[in-house]
Design a binder for this molecule. Structure first.
Ligand SMILES: [Zn+2]
Length: 172
């Protein structure tokens, strides 16, 4: 297994497990969720990763009732985050992991929390509060620090430098 993938796995699973109640994906909201709800003639939850939201948005008949722009964004979201073959999709956790990977990628490209929120709104019509994105990024850096220390204790130089390098790309 390559080391970049390994550090990624550790980082993403740690972020997901850290405190399930405040996972960043619980703080990703559907933009215009009221408007979308009225197009579907039902209420959809505000949380983008809530089971009911995912169920509702991705039923073909519902999708067809949305205006073109919204439909496009919803389809992009499905393609990018819900494309796994797990039987329990969309409840398998892949979507949440992929979305965190997406946030980390934006950070690695040098974007700050507010710019990250702007990009996710443009890409998928979802938003978050920049403060929540910032906490997620801080937690990720702390997780990498822990990985680095553990690798140092175990004398795994490769994992250690990899965690350090990754931490550098995530630090502002
Ligand atoms: Zn899956």
């Amino acid at each position: 297994m390559n080391h970049r993938a390994l550090a990624d796995d550790i980082l993403l699973s740690a972020s997901a497990q850290e405190s399930p109640n405040v996972a960043i994906t619980d703080k990703i909201y559907v933009k215009n969720h009221r408007q979308i709800g009225s197009q579907l003639e039902t209420n959809i939850p505000k949380g983008a990763f809530k089971g009911a939201t995912l169920d509702m948005l991705f039923q073909g008949e519902n999708l067809a009732q949305l205006d073109d722009t919204t439909q496009e964004r919803v389809l992009d979201f499905a393609e990018d985050f819900l494309d796994c073959d797990c039987q329990s999709n969309p409840y398998c956790g892949c979507a949440e992991r992929k979305f965190m990977r997406y946030l980390l990628d934006l950070r690695e490209q040098g974007l700050g929390p507010e710019a990250i929120v702007d990009v996710m709104s443009d890409d998928y019509m979802v938003y978050a509060y920049p403060g929540d994105v910032l906490s997620f990024l801080d937690n990720s850096v702390r997780t990498l620090e822990a990985v680095e220390e553990l690798a140092a204790v175990e004398g795994d130089d490769e994992a250690k430098s990899e965690a350090r390098e990754k931490k550098r790309t995530l630090s502002g």
